[in-house]
Design a protein around this ligand. Structure first.
Ligand SMILES: Nc1ncnc2c1ncn2[C@@H]1O[C@H](COP(=O)(O)OP(=O)(O)OP(=O)(O)O)[C@@H](O)[C@H]1O
Length: 890
């Protein structure tokens, strides 16, 4: 029965098993390398050791640099066992590998790693030199010393290439043997001869395996495979194709029980230690090594030598033997490539790539152990990254409990590798705490017949053979009797009457007849036996043939299934490759997009930066411009202020004149109300604007009109001199002026609004009344003391003699009434000797039809302060007015 115990373990799960106490720890042994290289007899660069062995399980590591307070830093590490530098190869073998070989014979699997930094003695420990072999050659010796006498027939088992074996028929065995011999003849056997020479040169390990449980009633078969994992690709070191320039890497697969196996790997049946060591040496020659600064022969790949022991009980007849009757156990001896720091090993080119691959696969191994430990210590269930490297994928089932795991931590205790040693020791100590599920014990062996039974059986066979031989001898004896010579009758036959002779002859003939009858009977018996035997044979043959046919059919069926499965696998592989390609493409696209996004982001950043810079520039320019504009406006305002002051000064002069005139004149009509604080009359004397100035001008004009009317009507209230407006508009007198009219009503006038134009007698008016001007019948007419009248455009000489100019202009308004404008101006001499007329006033006389008397009455009642004059009292008669009554508004 096959005793691969992995699957059940895997299904149970390591945590469950550990929880139930079913785990066993990874055993970590530390082997110290002597400082002096025994082989090359070279002293290493740094001859002082940084390691001191404290006990068989503990060592102390000393730092090369002192601490701050001048003390040497030391750290302690504990392992399952420490092998000091004086432990020889044989002792190391007994300590490290022998227990695993005992397990192997008992049907248990295991894996033994050598781990360490480059040049620490891993290959030395595993392979060793010819005269001082390492663990692998010694393991071969011990295994063949133990099971050698009980090896089964060669080629009886053939690997199914999926971790199991098929049982071969006699014919298949014969064919296989012929094939192999033919192959050897074809190969010229050169290589084998050469490696045989090597194996003969080595020192044989005579250690015999003490194994009381070795079952002598079993047949044993030993198979070996040898692969290397280089740059995360698996190569078969037994495959001659590896000598090609571009060797094909092997795929890692899982069998139907989830155990990894290497597809199409060459598994060679070995019958002697020499044969195995020959193969080992052949593989080693093919393994990739290189010269580095730290090791003249540095392994650039992880090598895995797997020795598989298959056993079955002899009491099972070969014809009824099945796969399930086989007990298969494996030991994997793994020589890991050394971790190395590129700057220390001074590697370049291809070596750097190798080193990075080595380091990364070792890192995955470390991560697996670390996560396993974390999961176990903290009860977490983090995913263990087995699949991240071929090395860990291959041994995944061992982490799940297929067998024991042992690790030899090789250390070269030179001081200059302190940090790396510390790293390796830490890892070793951590690994020691990792638990792997315990392998299930192999199934109980089928009842083994006692040794005596076997011998008795052999004796029985021997007796039977002897009996058969005797039967044959007996038969031969009787045959001799059958041809026994007649008795001598020379004398008797001469005389026909010789009765005595006749009697003798008769007797002889009678005996011969009897003998012949007996022989005939015997022959008959033999014939019957033969016939029966032949019939049995025939029937056996027929049944065998029918079985054979059945098997052939089954075989065909299975071959078809295999082919079908192979096709499917190919298809799956193809689709997997496609998926890989697609994934790679997606990754590439992804990277491209990421790069593009980064570029865009950078562009956006630079644009933002530029925009911010532009904005700052613009703001600065704006500030400068605003300052300039502000300055310009301030200058303009100052100029305007100066101009305004000048105008004010001129008007002050005029006002002074008006004031003096106003002191002599009276206001007659109470209807002439000067609006006080109305929107139109409001002037800001503090900061007078052009509009204020115009308003002021209009007020002057009104006052003039009032004065003009007063002169006509002689019905005037008195304007007290105290109520005159102040001299300057900047210091306005806000007190109202009280004016009494003739009817005793008090009217209020604002002193500032009582400006009037100068009426100095020195003024000479030039009245320009164009031809066709209609004489209106208005009551109010402008009056000029001294005036020159003209209908034409005045000549320069006429204007020079005058100081004031007035132009009478008429037009019709929307109601068809005549509107008369008196446009007035000051005549001022110009600097070039001419004159300028500066127009500064317009008086308008407007005629409007009178409103409804009722409405008029109402309006008079209201407190509306509008200046109005009613010139006609005639209401609307039935006949209608001959001349429409007029109302004048100023
Ligand atoms: N225990 C030892 N006794 C004597 N010599 C040793 C021992 N261990 C290692 N050496 C020597 O040290 C040198 C380096 O050893 P080895 O090649 O085994 O290192 P390694 O760890 O396999 O290195 P790499 O990882 O680079 O392959 C070899 O010359 C070897 O002979």
């Amino acid at each position: 029965m096959i005793t691969h115990t992995t699957m059940k373990k895997t299904q149970l799960g390591s945590r469950d098993l550990l929880a139930t106490g079913g785990g066993c720890p990874v055993e970590v042994f530390c082997r110290l390398r002597p400082l002096k290289d025994n082989i090359n007899d070279q002293q290493t660069d740094n001859s002082s050791s940084c390691i001191k062995v404290a006990s068989s399980k503990e060592l102390i590591l000393y730092s090369s640099e002192n601490t701050k307070n001048g003390q040497i830093r030391e750290s302690r590490y504990e392992f399952s066992h420490i092998l000091t530098d004086n432990v020889c190869q044989s002792a190391a073998f007994k300590e490290l590998a022998l227990p695993l070989l005992e397990d192997l014979i008992q049907g248990k699997s295991s894996v033994l790693f050598t781990y360490g930094i480059t040049g620490s003695g891993k290959t030395y420990t595993m392979m060793g030199p010819l005269n001082n072999p390492g663990l692998i050659p010694r393991s071969f010796d011990v295994i063949f010393n133990s099971v050698g006498p009980y090896l089964g027939k060669k080629y009886f088992l053939r690997s199914d290439r999926q971790n199991s074996y098929e049982i071969q028929s006699e014919a298949d065995i014969l064919l296989e043997r012929q094939r192999k011999e033919l192959q050897m003849v074809r190969n010229g056997n050169n290589q084998r001869v050469r490696v045989h020479e090597l194996s003969n040169a080595r020192t044989l390990d005579t250690t015999s395996l003490w194994n009381p449980q070795l079952n002598e009633n079993c047949s044993y078969f030993v198979f070996v495979t040898f692969v290397e994992i280089y740059n995360n690709y698996i190569y078969d070191l037994f495959d001659d194709d590896i000598l090609n320039k571009a060797p094909q890497s092997k795929q890692l697969r899982e069998d139907n029980r989830g155990r990894p196996y290497i597809r199409d790997v060459k598994e060679i049946e070995v019958r002697t230690s020499e044969e195995a060591i020959d193969l080992l040496n052949m593989g080693l020659k093919r393994r990739r090594i290189a010269h580095t600064q730290l090791n003249t022969e540095s392994s650039r790949s992880h090598s895995v030598l797997s020795m598989r022991l298959v056993q079955f009980h002899n009491d099972i007849p070969p014809t009824s033997l099945t796969k399930d009757d086989l007990t298969i156990s494996t030991i994997h001896l793994v020589d890991l490539a050394g971790s190395e720091r590129v700057n220390r090993a001074k590697t370049v080119g291809e070596r750097v790539k190798e080193a990075s691959n080595i380091n990364s696969s070792l890192m995955v191994l470390r991560q697996c152990f670390e996560i396993l430990r974390e999961n176990q210590a903290q009860g977490t269930s983090k995913m263990v990254p087995y699949r991240e490297s071929k090395l860990t994928s291959f041994f995944k089932s061992y982490f799940d409990g297929e067998g024991r795991i042992r690790m030899i931590l090789c250390v070269n205790p030179t001081v200059d590798g302190y940090e790396e040693i510390q790293h390796a020791l830490k890892f070793g100590e951590l690994t020691k705490d990792v638990m792997v599920p315990r392998s299930l014990p192999p199934p109980p062996p089928p009842p083994v017949p006692p040794k005596t039974t076997r011998i008795a059986a052999l004796r029985e066979i021997d007796n039977q053979q002897q009996q058969n031989a005797q039967t044959v001898l007996f038969t031969e004896f009787n045959a001799q009797a059958l041809i026994a010579p007649f008795p001598s009758l020379e004398y008797s036959l001469l005389d026909g009457t010789d009765d005595e002779a006749i009697l003798i002859l008769q007797e002889h003939l009678r005996r011969r007849i009897e003998e012949r009858q007996r022989l005939n009977m015997l022959i008959q018996e033999q014939q019957d036996f033969l016939r029966k035997f032949t019939l049995e044979l025939v029937s056996d043959y027929e049944s065998t043939m029918s079985n054979h046919e059945d098997l052939s059919k089954e075989n065909e069926q299975q071959t078809k299934t295999i082919r079908h499965l192979q096709t499917r696998i190919k298809l799956l592989e193809k689709s997997q490759n496609d998926l890989y390609k697609a994934t790679h493409q997606i990754e590439r696209d992804n990277n491209t997009l990421k790069t593009q996004i980064e570029e865009r982001n950078n562009e956006i950043k630079s644009l933002k930066f530029e925009r911010r810079k532009d904005k700052n520039d613009f703001e600065n320019r704006m500030k400068i411009k605003l300052n300039e504009i502000e300055q310009q406006y301030i200058n303009e305002i100052k100029t305007k202020e100066t101009q305004m002051r000048e105008l004010e000064r001129q008007h002050d002069d005029k006002l002074n004149i008006i004031r003096s005139m106003a002191a002599r004149n009276t206001i007659t009509s109470e209807q002439f109300l000067i609006p006080i604080n109305s929107a139109s009359s409001h002037i800001n004397f503090e900061n007078p604007t052009e509009h204020d100035y115009q308003n002021q001008q209009q007020q002057y004009h009104r006052v003039e009109m009032i004065i003009s009317q007063n002169n006509n009507n002689n019905n005037t209230p008195t304007l007290s001199s105290t109520s005159r407006r102040p001299h300057t508009p900047h210091t306005p007198n806000t007190e109202p002026i009280h004016i009494e009219n003739g009817s005793g009503h008090a009217v209020v006038a604002h002193p500032r609004q009582q400006h009037r134009r100068s009426r100095s007698l020195s003024e000479i008016w030039l009245e320009h009344r164009p031809q066709g001007t209609v004489q209106t019948e208005t009551l109010l007419q402008p009056k000029f003391h001294k005036k020159v009248y003209t209908q034409q455009a005045p000549a320069k000489e006429e204007i020079v003699r005058t100081t004031k100019y007035v132009l009478t202009h008429q037009n019709l308004d929307a109601q068809g009434e005549i509107v008369t404008d008196f446009v007035k101006g000051d005549v001022l001499p110009s600097s070039t000797g001419g004159v300028n007329v500066i127009f500064n006033d317009v008086e308008r006389l407007t005629c409007t039809s009178p409103p409804d008397p009722l409405m008029l009455h109402k309006r008079c009642q209201s407190a509306e302060r509008t200046l109005q004059v009613t010139t006609s009292q005639s209401p609307l008669s039935r006949q209608g007015p001959a001349v429409a009554p007029k109302r004048f508004r100023m």
